[in-house]
Ligand binder design. Sequence first.
Ligand SMILES: NC(=O)c1ccc[n+]([C@@H]2O[C@H](COP(=O)([O-])OP(=O)(O)OC[C@H]3O[C@@H](n4cnc5c(N)ncnc54)[C@H](OP(=O)(O)O)[C@@H]3O)[C@@H](O)[C@H]2O)c1
Length: 254
Amino acid sequence: MSIKDFSLEGKHIVIVGASSGLGRAAAIACAESGAAVSICARREDKLKDVVKTLSGNNHGYAVVDVKDVSSINVGFDCFVDERGPISGMIFAAGISTVRPLSVIDEKSYDETMSINLKGALFCSKAALKNTRSIKNGSSIIFFSSISSYNTVGKGRILYSTSKAGVNGLMRALALDISSMKHRSNALLIGSIKTDIWDVDMVTEEQSAKYLSGSLIGEGEPDDVANACIYLLSDASKWVTGTALLIDGGYTLTE
Ligand SMILES: NC(=O)c1ccc[n+]([C@@H]2O[C@H](COP(=O)([O-])OP(=O)(O)OC[C@H]3O[C@@H](n4cnc5c(N)ncnc54)[C@H](OP(=O)(O)O)[C@@H]3O)[C@@H](O)[C@H]2O)c1
């Protein structure tokens, strides 16, 4: 074992949904670990601010709306032109829709699925387009949730369904891309305070309950970023098809 195996030196990492929260923390950690970092999301002002905070200098951003496949393809082409073939991608884009069944309609279903699930699929496809777009032995990470298999509160039907789909995508993709030694893994993340908590229909009292419900204390964005460094680095070169639980023990029961 060498600590160098955990380095991202010489790698080009794309992070989708890095304008805030967990994706932003992952971008900062990847740059600190030596990677060239390409980030995207919809809010250009936030993306510019994140790029300014990254250590090193071979970084950049593109404005991408993952609901729109052509926007994804333009963004990824631009990243490959600017920084060369991709070594790893984190799909961190997501929205948290909290609605009881009676209020779910086609619009809210389409909105949640097109960002959380369709976005994850078509960003993977854009990254894995051809041998010019991606290096052999790349690593794809999906930000999933404990909500994909555990009930963490009422009103999560759309969110849970989308994240369960992401888990399925991660496993099926891991099999399909294994011949080129590409890897696909997911993080099953527990509650961490970010902008995603500023949603309708979750009271401050409920948020506080979820955020403080982990057995070993509150989680921080860096707890997720550290796992990303491992999964993007050569230290995890034999790890694929895994859903890694990062929830501070929230889902443990006595
Ligand atoms: N924090 C938690 O408790 C928690 C728990 C489990 C899983 N997760 C997952 O972790 C991921 C990151 O969430 P977060 O907590 O960091 O929340 P966040 O701060 O709200 O970040 C969400 C990111 O997704 C991007 N995004 C949303 N819609 C997009 C679209 N249509 N196109 C492109 N980018 C889009 C946002 O950027 P723009 O608005 O600029 O587009 C932002 O960068 C999500 O997938 C979430 O489900 C979070």
